[in-house]
Ligand binder design. Structure first.
Ligand code: G3P
Length: 217
């Protein structure tokens, strides 16, 4: 499973990339606004830091504008993935950008039917919003399982990128449901390693080792 980090904060990525676990990054207009920086500069810096897919989202309302914005964003670096909203105009833009050989991420997916449309439009990734669906009273993880079954049944190679992931339990469930990737907020990513028995076990090993008076090197 690929791990993407859902952030536009360079300092955070500098901290997380050395773990060797960061396969890509996703951003959205909210995250860019939070960074307080010019989008093209942030995306260029992220792309230089992370060799994998870096999603940069278009904001145009119609396909023509989205295509132009997508081409502009894709020219920033070869690893930019153009993120497009799940609207009819977004799907038209996805088809056009995919036909031009660009990678695309169709975002704001909340139903299996929408995911089917994204695959038919040739999307490289589809982003089902797990947490926001849960907030809405539905089951975000069920959606991932449904999309997995549909894509496998018809042989679509669109990758399922679980988004709006809120906790380690979501990551576990997304992996079991067969999501290809999850985009994870930095704090949740750091939580993935935590287990009290790991801390307790390590403490005991270190204290017993100290009693031996040995050193390995
Ligand atoms: O980038 C899209 C998605 O991950 C947003 O998550 O937490 O704003 O629902 P959230």
């Amino acid at each position: 499973m690929q791990f993407f980090i859902d952030t536009a904060e360079i300092a955070v990525l500098r901290e997380l990339v050395p773990t060797g676990m960061v396969d890509g990054v996703t951003t959205n207009p909210t995250l860019i606004a939070k960074s307080g920086r010019k989008m093209s500069e942030v995306i260029a810096e992220i792309c230089a830091l992370v060799p994998g897919s870096v999603s940069a989202e278009v904001v145009g309302a119609d396909a023509e504008v989205m295509i132009k914005e997508g081409e502009y964003l894709a020219a920033i670096a070869p690893n930019v993935t153009v993120k497009v909203p799940l609207t009819w105009e977004g799907l038209k833009a996805t088809r056009a950008l995919s036909d031009k050989g660009l990678t695309t991420n169709v975002t704001l997916c909340f139903s299996a039917a929408q995911a089917l449309l994204a695959a038919k439009a040739g999307a490289t990734y589809v982003s089902p919003f797990v947490g926001r669906l849960d907030d809405h009273g539905a089951d975000g993880i069920d959606l991932l399982s449904d999309i997995r079954a549909i894509y496998d049944q018809f042989g679509y190679d669109t990758k399922i990128l679980a988004a709006s992931v809120r906790n380690a339990a979501h990551v576990r469930a997304a992996a079991i449901a067969g999501a290809d990737c999850a985009t994870i907020p930095p704090a949740t990513f750091k939580d993935l390693i935590k287990h009290p028995l790991t801390d307790k076990g390590l403490e005991a090993f270190m204290s017993d080792w100290a009693k031996t008076g040995q050193s390995i090197l």
